[in-house]
Design a protein. Structure first.
Length: 290
């Protein structure tokens, strides 16, 4: 079956509006009657086919008694939901609950992440996460606990999904960084080993001895889906970008292929993590020369 055309904006709008309609207790036919529409018009709006102007949408959301923040969010999405590539600017403080990323992770078939200098958030323990966030100076101290709790809840939800395959590419030097101190460092390495035992999780290490490597231009997360085309998520301190342009996404696909060819396999990566943990316990932390 061919994959249907959709965008991250359109999917988020549709999913949010469906949830909103369900919360009213009305059937689609009943709600359409309340706002004076026929059911086909409501279906077209929910499925991203248009058919309503801004006033119509405001009427629908008002009848649904949607909270102001969510109403404004949907009203901003509606005129642009057919647009590919989505820049979400959130200022210097990163989002505690990355909504769009979470929703796309929940719908994904495969998740591939690359990080040239750190560990992927989905594999981090609280101590590592706290030290990383504190070092970045982007989250106020009073919000730190809430941010970590939200991120850990997201991690737990993602790893409970069935049928989702994760591949984490990271550089050997990221294993050597004593983020959070030696105790947290050892715990983090052991946590990664525990996660690597799960059949849906693949951890692949790019050796430091390789020198220049295919992922030097920066971190990203690539998602593929059964029903629609892939997208790439790029996060930084002040914004998140969802890349959906076909040529750009294919370019990242080539990077993933090159990383696969350059990395240790899962078993070799696991042995390298064990070696780091043992060296750290013996007081000889550092990258291992090949």
């Amino acid at each position: 079956m061919p994959k249907r055309f959709s965008t991250a904006k359109g999917r988020e709008f549709g999913a949010s509006l469906r949830q909103t309609i369900e919360s009213t207790g009305y059937s689609s036919r009943e709600l359409a009657g309340v706002v004076g529409w026929d059911e086909a018009k409501l279906s077209n709006v929910v499925n991203g086919r248009g058919g309503a102007d801004d006033v119509d949408l405001a009427l629908l959301l008002g009848v649904c008694r949607l909270k102001a923040a969510e109403r404004k969010h949907l009203q901003r999405l509606y005129p642009t939901m057919g647009e590919k590539n989505w820049l979400q600017q959130h200022g210097i403080c990163p989002l505690a609950w990355p909504r769009t990323l979470a929703e796309n992770l929940a719908a994904a078939d495969t998740v591939t992440t690359w990080n040239p200098h750190g560990l992927p958030a989905l594999l981090q323990i609280p101590g590592h996460m706290s030290a990383e966030i504190t070092a970045s100076s982007t989250v106020p101290d009073k919000e730190l606990d809430g941010w970590i709790a939200a991120r850990l809840e997201l991690n737990d939800q993602q790893f409970q999904l069935r049928g989702l395959t994760y591949t984490f590419y990271l550089h050997e030097l990221a294993l050597a960084l004593p983020v959070g101190g030696d105790e947290v460092h050892v715990e983090q390495l052991h946590h990664m080993l525990q996660m690597s035992v799960r059949p849906e999780i693949n951890i692949r290490i790019v050796p430091a001895a390789l020198g220049a490597h295919p992922g030097m231009r920066g971190p990203f997360t690539r998602l593929t889906f059964k029903a629609h085309g892939p997208l790439v998520c790029i996060e930084n301190d002040t914004s998140t970008v969802f890349v959906e342009d076909k040529a750009a996404v294919e370019g990242y696909g080539k990077v993933v292929t090159a990383l696969s060819e350059s990395s240790l396999d899962c078993e070799g990566s696991k042995l390298l993590i064990i070696d780091f943990a043992e060296r750290l316990a013996a007081g000889a932390n550092g990258p291992i020369a090949e």
